[in-house]
Design a protein around this ligand. Structure first.
Ligand SMILES: C[S@@+](CC[C@H](N)C(=O)[O-])C[C@H]1O[C@@H](n2cnc3c(N)ncnc32)[C@H](O)[C@@H]1O
Length: 208
């Protein structure tokens, strides 16, 4: 399965968005900052509030808005490992997050290489371009295995939902029942599916 073409188009898409919009929610495909924050809220609920400080992998980190969110919420983050395809996103994240007191590690990579307490994924798997649905599903399954191996305490991700009236051909929609079942059978007995918020997507939390 060669995904180099869609991945390079995805990188271009987000780099162009960033150039046109600057480091704001629309650069990473979110209509409003409120919806971006709501996604972070849902993902962050995997964190055990009593276990701070904690380290983070952010797979598809964009310009690093999730770290801002964690710090604004008063959470103590010891290390932030941000991964992205787009060097422009990473350069912007580097410039924005320079004042972060913990370990800041930003990498242009599609492979998780660092172990952290928690791994987050927000919106990273939404665009698939010419990759088939089946290829993209297998790609995500592989990434979830990686997240499981590289997350000590848990991980959380979101996908567009199949419970929608309309689907765009270049996007990936996940059946929440399939992904919940997969996580429950393969990763942990403690899995939550959040599909009760007003966006066309869902979030899964996996606690180890
Ligand atoms: C929808 S944006 C969300 C960014 C960030 N998570 C947020 O919510 O602000 C997705 C980001 O993931 C990056 N990305 C997409 N696929 C990726 C992959 N396979 N590996 C690493 N980064 C990826 C894109 O370049 C883009 O910056």
């Amino acid at each position: 399965m060669d995904l180099s073409k869609p991945l390079s188009r995805i990188s271009e898409l987000y780099s162009d968005n960033l150039e046109r919009n600057g480091p704001v929610s629309t650069a990473v495909g979110w209509n409003t900052p409120e919806s971006q924050r709501l996604r972070f809220e849902k993902l962050t609920s995997v964190v055990d509030a009593g276990a701070q400080p904690f380290s983070v992998n952010d797979y598809g980190c964009g310009y690093g808005a999730h770290l801002d969110h964690l710090l604004e919420r008063g959470m103590k983050v010891s290390a932030y490992h941000g991964y992205d395809l787009s060097e422009k996103m990473l350069d912007t994240a580097r410039a924005r997050l320079g004042g972060f007191q913990g370990e800041l590690d930003l990498r242009q990579s599609t492979t998780l290489e660092t172990e952290a307490d928690y791994t987050f994924v927000s919106g990273t798997f939404n665009v698939r371009f010419e990759a088939s649905e089946d290829e993209w599903k297998r790609f995500i399954l592989g990434k979830l295995d990686e997240m499981h191996r590289h997350s000590r305490k848990g991980f959380a991700f979101n996908l567009l939902s199949t419970y929608v009236d309309w689907q765009e051909p270049h996007l990936f929609y996940g059946d929440p029942l399939f992904w919940f079942d997969h996580c429950k059978r393969n990763y942990s007995r403690q899995v939550a599916l959040l599909h009760d918020y007003p966006l066309y997507e869902w979030t899964i939390l996996v606690r180890k």
